[in-house]
Design a binder for this molecule. Structure first.
Ligand SMILES: Cc1cc2nc3c(=O)[nH]c(=O)nc-3n(C[C@H](O)[C@H](O)[C@H](O)COP(=O)(O)OP(=O)(O)OC[C@H]3O[C@@H](n4cnc5c(N)ncnc54)[C@H](O)[C@@H]3O)c2cc1C
Length: 532
């Protein structure tokens, strides 16, 4: 072989092939994205019996229970699939139907409002009944959503608060509950305050499930991924409002909580245990090796405020961050290897600067969802897979991740891995059912070239074999049939993870015997056989 052809082969192997492949995968992901239909099937949009129900962009916006019951009846008689969209923050397949005979709905009207706030005689608690389509905070993607009509703002005005929120607060009440979303706390969980839910099942019946009087059905239904029916209301027993006081600090890895002591990640474990609210971003790239740590504790709302300011609060900073992520992603694809790692190190380290700790103290709903300040829905749109482990597995999990990045530095990606916890939950399908958990949440920037699925697979391969691993229902999940360690991902694996799965499937069947809420994605996940 001539020197020239050797050179060409080399270029082809190290440069063109991987680049084309990544472009190919990106085009595939884009095609896959557009192949999902968020619209309801045309014939329902023009159906005379449904034309008084408001519609926007091919999605019905039922305003009251009668509208929902009518939509369910129509779905029923046409063997259509019916799915509810919250604020649409979960992966597409987890929300939308994947067939050509579907009705998609977003709760409107009464379902977006708080119905009643009853304060206890001692004033310490408020029983709040709210429509399940109400957003927790303001959803920038919903023109009708504002701070003033958000759940958090309204209950805060009355002097009460939720004990926990996720990293952002765009979600609807039902969307948050249905995927078992949780904030970073081992001490506070949504189950501490959720008293009751109302659901319209697949038979069009309205069912009220109370945490005490219908314990089993309630614990089965709160986390059910839209597969039991339409959640229409929720009732919370809220404690008094509070502020959160805390610190955000960036550290070199060697000075961070991630340094282990003979394989024990005690500092990280203690930080999860000793802070009421805690999460951290780990940048494990070979030449970055930094962490950004956020911790907070509950204090009196009367104390003077010191607002939290996110690094990406200004639009300009989001543009710069997006540029840094774009450069890092292209560098990894085009150059690869150690040189790419060095460039990524240079770029990301300018963002994750070592500076003095930043202190803050402000109201719960302004501080806990700290990513609300960043442009998470557009420039910083990100995909995730999230794996939850029993807290005592922290050493095994962290050790496994460190080994993975040493073996293949590019698996560290070009963004962050979030590490945080969640309190044990009574909900049967919650990944923290009956145990406190440590959570690993690798980020894939939404505008990266390449396939997030391929990136997440590397994490599934090494982390899913760890006993007790369970995945977040609203984020990327492996495909049933894939093998991880000694498990084939699918129904048997899930049975192993969730001791109440069979009972949950029985209740699902009872709630929706004609399977009108079942999509192909969930059918495969839970091996729900088609009715003959
Ligand atoms: C930027 C970002 C940050 C995030 N931060 C966190 C975090 O800190 N912690 C965490 O745990 N998760 C987090 N998530 C995940 C997010 O909380 C979940 O995806 C959540 O389900 C989104 O709520 P939603 O209102 O958008 O619901 P959707 O994503 O629209 O729906 C979620 C599921 O609920 C069903 N559903 C919605 N409404 C109803 C209803 N009324 N009745 C029946 N079923 C219904 C849908 O069909 C779907 O199956 C984050 C996601 C993003 C994009």
């Amino acid at each position: 072989m001539s020197l020239l052809s050797k050179l060409l082969t080399l270029i082809e192997n190290i440069f063109i092939y991987p680049t084309l492949r990544v472009w190919g995968l990106s085009i595939l992901s884009i095609l896959r994205f557009f192949s999902y239909k968020s619209e309801s099937t045309k014939k329902y949009l023009y159906d005379n019996t449904l034309n008084d129900i408001p519609k926007k962009k091919g999605i019905f916006h039922p305003q009251n229970k009668e509208h929902i019951i009518r939509l369910i009846k129509v779905a029923h008689s046409n063997h259509a699939t019916i799915r509810v969209v919250g604020s649409g923050h979960s992966v597409w397949e987890a929300i939308y139907a994947q067939n050509n005979n579907c009705i998609h709905i977003i709760l409107g009207g009464d379902f977006k409002k708080i119905h009643s706030i009853n304060i206890s005689s001692d004033g310490n608690f408020a029983l709040v009944n709210v429509g399940a389509g109400c957003h927790l905070g303001r959803d920038p993607n919903d023109r009708e959503s504002s701070f003033e009509n958000s759940f958090n703002f309204q209950v805060d005005q009355k002097g009460y608060a939720l004990p926990i929120l996720g990293g952002m607060s765009h979600q609807t009440i039902a969307g948050f509950l249905q995927t078992s979303s949780s904030g970073g706390s081992l001490e506070h969980g949504i189950a501490d305050v959720l008293e009751e839910i109302e659901i319209i099942n697949g038979k069009g019946e309205t069912i009220i499930l109370n945490k005490k009087t219908n314990e089993d059905k309630f614990n089965a239904s709160v986390v059910s991924m839209g597969l039991f029916g339409v959640i229409t209301r929720a009732t919370f027993n809220l404690p008094k409002k509070y502020s959160v006081e805390g610190t955000e600090i960036n550290k070199e890895f060697k000075d961070s909580l991630l340094v282990n002591d003979k394989g024990h990640y005690r500092k990280l474990h203690d930080a999860l245990k000793n802070n009421e609210y805690f999460h951290m971003n780990w940048f494990p790239q070979k030449y970055v090796q930094r962490t950004s740590q956020w911790n907070g504790n509950l204090v009196s709302p009367e104390l003077p405020k010191k607002p939290y300011k996110h690094l990406l609060k200004e639009k300009f900073m989001n543009v710069l961050a997006a540029l840094a992520l774009r450069i890092s992603n292209l560098t990894e694809i085009i150059i690869g290897g150690n040189l790419a790692q060095r460039i990524i190190g240079l770029v990301l380290r300018t963002f994750i600067r070592i500076r003095k700790p930043v202190h803050f103290r402000d109201l719960w709903y302004k501080v806990l969802p700290n990513d609300d300040q960043a442009d998470v829905d557009r420039l910083m749109k990100t995909s995730y897979t999230e794996i939850w482990f029993p807290l005592e597995k922290i050493d095994e999990v962290m050790g496994t991740l460190e080994r993975l990045f040493r073996r293949k530095p590019s698996y560290a990606g070009t963004f962050a891995i979030e590490l945080y916890g969640a309190k044990n939950s009574p909900y049967w399908m919650s990944p923290s059912y009956k145990r406190d958990v440590f959570r690993v949440n690798p980020y894939w920037w939404g505008r990266n070239l390449g396939d997030p699925y391929e990136f997440f697979e590397e994490f599934w391969k090494v982390l899913l074999p760890i006993d007790g691993a369970r995945l977040h229902w609203g984020k990327y999940m492996p495909k049933p049939g894939e093998i991880y360690g000694e498990h084939i991902f699918g129904i048997n694996y899930l049975r192993h993870c969730y001791p109440k799965l069979n009972n949950w499937l029985d209740i699902r069947e009872e709630m929706d015997p004609d399977q009108i809420f079942v999509t192909n994605y969930w059918r495969r996940m839970f091996d729900i056989r088609k009715n003959i």
